[in-house]
Ligand binder design. Sequence first.
Ligand code: PLP
Length: 385
Amino acid sequence: MHKAMAESIYLDYQATTPLAPEVRTEMLKWMTGEEDDSLSGFANAHSAHAPARKAKAAIAIARAQIMALLPQQGQFVFTSGATEAINLALRGTMQRLALSEQLANRRNIITFASEHSAVLETCRTLGREGYKVDILPVMANGLVDWDIYADALTGDTALVAAMLVNNEIGVIQPIEQMAEMAHHKGALFFCDAVQGFGRVPIPQNVDMASVTAHKIHGPKGIGGLYFQDDTEPLPILFGGGQEEGLRPGTLSPALCAGFGIAAKLAHNGSADDLVHVRAIWEDVRAIFADWTLNGDADQRYHGNLNIRHDGVDVARLMSELRHIAFSAGSACSSASAKPSHVLSALGLSTETAKTSIRLGFGRYSDREKIIAACQEIADCAKAML
Ligand code: PLP
C-alpha cells in the first residue's frame, strides 16, 4: 500500500492525488543531484553548460511523456498548474484575436455554469473588461444542453471553454461534438482536461487543453497548456523568454521530470487504473444504494462518486469521521458556507446541495479499506436520520 494512505483513509482524489513512488524517486534525482553528477540536479536548464544541458534534456523527455497523452498535432508549454494554463488559454487567445483583422469583432466567450472556478473567474474578468461572456446552464445530469448551446453559438463567438471530466460530479462532457459545433461557427474550443488527463482520451479536435500534474500522482506546482500549432495564445507573463517566450520563468527540472514520469505511468497503466476504480465504484455505490447520485449515471469517470441524502448533516458527518478524508461537494466550497456552484447548476436547492458528499478514489486506493470507510460513513449518516 502507498505510504500516504497509512495514517488516514483518503477519499479525496479529485482535490489531489498521492505522489507516485516512481515520481518521488525521479524528482529527488533532480533536487539533490544524480550520483554520477551532483551538479545537474540544481542546474538552470536555460544555461549553456553541461549540467544545464542535462537538465534541459530531462525537461525535453518529460514534455514528450506528457505529449503522448495529448492530441497528436500541437505543442505543450509548462505552467505553474492548470489555473495558470487556463488564464493563458482564455486571456492569451482573446488578446491574439483582438489583433486579428478578421476576428477582432468576435467578442463572445461561451462557458458553462458547472466549470471550475479557474475558468469561470477568468471568463468573468474578461466580461468586466468588455467581452460578452455567456455562462450557459447545464442539464440536471450535469451534461451540456444541446439546444441552449446551439442557440448561444453565433458568428460573434470567439471561444468556447468546457471541461472534459467534472471535478465535483465526475460527468464526462461530449467534448468532441461540442468542439465540432464551435468550429462550425468559426469559434475556437478550449478544454479544461485536468480531471480526465491520463484517464479519458482528450478529443483530437480541441484547439487548447489545460492539464496539471497533481491530479495524476505528480507534484503540485506544475501543469501546462496544449495548443494546436495555429492557435497559440499570446503570452500573459513577460520575462526571460523561456518556453519560446510564451511562458517565461525558470523551469524546475524536478517538477517537469516528476510530471513526465506521472504521465508515463498514466499512459502505461490507465487501463488497469480504470478497472480498479470501476470495481471500487460498484462496491461503494452499493453501500450508498439509498443515496441519490449527483450527475449522469452513465457518462462518467468512476473515480468520483458524488451523492446526497435528505437529512444528512454533512458538516457533522465530517467532524465525526475525521480519520476519513472526504469532501463536502467540493474541496473549494467545503471551506465556505456557500453551496457548491456545480450542485446549484444541477438545479439543487442550497439545502439539498448541502446534504451531498464527494468520495474520490484511484490507483492507490485499497479496496477493502475504502469499503470499510464508506460503510462507516453510511452508518454514521444513517444514525443522524
Ligand atoms: N480545473 C479543474 C477541473 C480542476 O479540478 C482543478 C483543480 O482543482 C483546476 C482546474 C486547477 O488546477 P491547479 O490546481 O493545477 O491550478
